[in-house]
Write a protein that binds this ligand. Sequence first.
Ligand code: ATP
Ligand code: MG
Length: 259
Amino acid sequence: MATHFKIDGLKAAIDGKEILKGLSLEIKGGEVHAIMGPNGTGKSTLASSLMGHPKYEVTSGEVSLNGEDVLEMAVDERARAGLFLAMQYPSEISGVTNSDFLRSAINARREEGKEISLIKFIRLMEGKMKELEMNPEFMHRYLNEGFSGGEKKRNEILQMMMLDPSIVILDEIDSGLDIDALKIVANGVNAMRSEDRGFLIITHYQRLLDYIKPDFVHVMMQGRIVKSGGPELAERLESEGYDWVKEELGIVDETVGQV
Ligand SMILES: Nc1ncnc2c1ncn2[C@@H]1O[C@H](COP(=O)(O)OP(=O)(O)OP(=O)(O)O)[C@@H](O)[C@H]1O
Ligand SMILES: [Mg+2]
């Protein structure tokens, strides 16, 4: 079935405070959507709410992937259904090696008895790590423990490549990457673009979108998408900032931390 991810009127709160205030967005297979917006407008909250992070309480709205109700699914079911999030701040998990983590994640998405063989898994992981120019020692290090900021981001992309998801959410994948790493990561993402996979890329900078060309660019403010357009919208935001959007739409009180 063709990939179709639909978010309709999503509202979500944290500790009783509403952060997402009715956000709607549709992503179809083959499309790359970018979301830009000032700090604290709820972009990471959107990503975490879609993945089912327990801290975020969805109070209304609907989210579906290929007609299936995502909000009804537990976190692991969402991953199995094909949702993937590369987090803005990836967590460190001590005691679990990168390869153990990825192998269990792959096997969790397969039927019993159809688990990936160790040899096949290692070949796959070595191949993807090579593409991302990662040192093979990262296979055996504890997940993200002591990784530099950029190494964590590259590792998130490794996970994406290994898990082969149908909807990929990248939350500030460009932050902390050096110039060469940015190109490597972007190449990794571009190689994953396909007709049955959709992308939601959260970023602050046009620079990433020079490498990963989006089909649609959305501006998020105050917990919802307030403006959508093509790549030219990102260019204008980069050169002019957000004031013109606020003026155009009559948005007031958009200050950091106050949504
Ligand atoms: N765990 C939390 N506890 C309290 N407040 C939170 C929590 N998570 C998010 N918030 C608040 O929700 C608002 C939205 O945060 P969010 O991280 O989604 O913003 P963002 O758009 O991703 O910002 P940035 O561009 O800085 O990453 C902020 O005001 C933030 O302080
Ligand atoms: Mg964020």
